[in-house]
Structures are given as structure tokens and as C-alpha cells.
Unconditional design. Structure first.
Length: 336
């Protein structure tokens, strides 16, 4: 069982956690403060950035005044002094000072943003599934973002991820109904609906399976994330149909013996070789479905047309087999 949407909440910054304001199972709202980092170092960094910006802005004022003064002197001297190279140098100095001021301004903005990031807020409305930190713990944000909390958006709507065998995945379609059970609630069956059938396969112990996602309503919150479930997917529904055990469709008499004088039907069946009618399958096809019944003590094959199967029984949609007829599923040798 998994929430339909869960978010791992982390910290982009390294530092010491000053406060952790929520615990497991707490409900939170989008934007709610759930933790705070110690901002002492961040505030010092902001102060340094502001001082650096003030210096850069003063340099810009100085460079602008110097350029203005040199242009005025050049105007009074008719362009004799200062030289053209000195004017170009003054202009370049002003441009560099303005660029440095822009860079210092961006650095200050980043530092101020980091102070805001030191306050960790919930990104969604939901429930705290896991709290993984405590106040005073050091958070190190290096190659990966450390996870502080796991928050599920809405536990009244969940999903069940099941593994469907490759032999069955062809019959599993979107929108089909399903049911499942969990160990926590023995005897209770939960309804579900197929929402997604994965195209990618997973191989476990040489068994190929496909992940299939079932949508589950969990209004009473009886189901919890991480529960293990066993699912039953309904691929076909049939009402008032004729069924035979699958063993009857697999049965075929392969030995010959004298019939028993007494005993059960199963023991009397042993037998003589099947009649010509019993040995032939319809249309000469050896793989046509058929079942075997007793006729005058002899096993006789009846051709049938089969429908869907649930793994134990198969629907019979055509043929001469009638409800109530005894079909052969197995036999045993009569005692001599």
C-alpha cells in the first residue's frame, strides 16, 4: 500500500536544526512551518554582503565622479587634456565598478533568500508519515538533499502496487475491478480498480512480473502505507454458466486394463482400451478441448467449447455436455 502522492521534505542548506515543530501523524497545511535552522551564520553572511555592496556602490560613485571631472577638463582644454587613453580608462573603471556592484547586489539577494530557506515549510496539505530529525541535529546538504520529513497528501485515497505474472498480464486492463486482503484485517475484502498496468517488467527468481497499480478508497483510514496485500483481479464475469473442473479437461486415459468387478466408478473405469469414438477428437485435432464420461463402463470423450477459467474451473460454452453429468478427473488402478 502506498499514498497516491507523498513528498520527501528536505533542506537545501547545511546547519543545525533549531526547532522541529511537527511529529509523526500530525496534519499539516501547505506553507506551514515545520522546522527551522539556526540562522546565526546566515545573518552574519547577509551583513557581510550588505557591507560589500555598500563598498561597491561607493566605488561606483567615485568612478562616476572621476569620469565626469575628466570630461569637464577635456571640454575646457579643447580636448588637449586629459588624453583619450585616460578618458577610456576612466570609463572602463566606472563600468567595472558598476558590474561589481551588480554582483554584490546579487550575492546579497542570494544570502537573504537562504535565510528564508532556513525556515522549512510543508509543500502540501497532508499527514506527516515520518519525522527523521530532532532539534539540535546537524543537517549536511552536500551531493544529495537530506530528507527531514515524509508527508502524504491524502490517506483517504491510496494505491496498491501489485505484481502480475506474465502469463496473466494480457487479461489485465484499465478499469477492471479487483479486491484484496491485508493481514491487519482478516476476513475483510477491500475493493479496488485497475488504474495503470506497467509496460516495464521485473524479474525476481526467474519470474517475470509487471507492476500494476490499483486505486483504493480508504475513507475509514483502515489501510496504512506499507501494508502487504494479496489482490484478486476480476478479468471476466459470467452468470449462470456450466462449469467443469480443470482436471476434467486435462484428463486422458493412457493405460489399458481389465475392468474391475466391483468398486467405485473411478476404479471400474480402468479399463479396457477406449473405443474408437473415445480415441478421436473432433475434426481430427488432437488439441481440441474435451472431457471424458463413462458410457457402459467405458470412458468416452465428449467435445466441448471452453470459455474463461478462474484457474480451478472452466466455463463450457458449447458441446454435448449437460449440467449434472459426471466427468472423469482421475482414476486409480483396481486392486488385484
Amino acid at each position: 500500500m502506498q499514498p497516491t502522492r507523498s513528498v520527501d521534505v528536505g533542506s537545501e542548506l547545511s546547519g543545525t536544526l533549531e526547532a522541529v515543530l511537527v511529529n509523526d501523524n500530525d496534519r499539516v497545511t501547505r506553507g506551514q512551518v515545520i522546522a527551522r535552522l539556526d540562522t546565526s551564520k546566515l545573518e552574519d553572511t547577509v551583513a557581510k554582503s550588505r557591507a560589500a555592496l555598500a563598498q561597491m556602490e561607493a566605488t561606483v560613485v567615485e568612478a562616476r565622479a572621476n569620469l565626469k571631472r575628466q570630461r569637464h577638463v577635456a571640454e575646457l582644454s579643447g580636448g588637449k587634456v586629459p588624453s583619450q587613453s585616460e578618458l577610456e580608462t576612466a570609463e572602463a573603471t566606472l563600468l567595472r565598478a558598476e558590474a561589481n556592484a551588480t554582483s554584490a547586489r546579487a550575492t546579497l539577494k542570494t544570502d537573504e533568500t537562504n535565510i528564508g530557506k532556513a525556515v522549512i515549510r510543508s509543500p502540501i496539505n497532508g499527514v506527516v508519515l515520518a519525522r527523521k530529525v530532532e532539534p539540535g541535529q546537524t543537517v549536511v546538504a552536500a551531493m544529495t538533499t537530506p530528507v527531514l520529513f515524509t508527508i502524504a497528501e491524502d490517506l483517504t485515497k491510496m494505491e496498491l502496487q501489485v505484481k502480475v505474472d506474465e502469463a496473466d498480464v494480457g487479461t489485465v486492463k484499465l478499469g477492471q475491478s479487483a479486491s484484496f486482503t491485508v493481514s491487519a484485517w482478516p476476513g475483510r475484502s477491500f475493493p479496488a480498480t485497475i488504474q495503470r498496468v506497467g509496460l516495464g517488467s521485473t524479474i525476481t527468481d526467474n519470474v517475470v512480473t509487471y507492476k500494476t497499480v490499483l486505486g483504493v478508497a480508504n475513507d475509514d483510514l483502515a489501510l496504512r502505507p506499507g501494508m502487504t496485500a494479496t489482490a484478486r483481479i476480476t478479468t471476466a464475469n459470467r452468470d449462470n454458466v456450466l462449469l467443469v473442473p480443470n482436471a476434467a479437461l486435462r484428463f486422458s486415459p493412457t493405460t489399458a486394463a481389465a475392468p474391475a468387478q466391483s468398486g467405485s466408478i473411478v476404479s471400474r473405469l480402468m479399463p479396457r482400451p477406449p473405443t474408437q469414438k473415445a480415441q478421436q477428437r473432433p475434426n481430427g485435432k488432437s488439441d481440441a478441448p474435451q472431457v471424458w464420461v463413462l458410457s457402459d463402463g467405458q470412458p468416452v470423450a465428449i467435445a466441448v467449447q471452453t470459455g474463461p477459467s478462474n484457474g480451478r474451473q472452466t466455463e463450457i460454452v458449447g458441446g454435448e455436455l449437460k449440467a449434472g453429468m459426471a466427468v472423469i478427473t482421475d482414476y486409480q488402478e483396481a486392486k488385484k
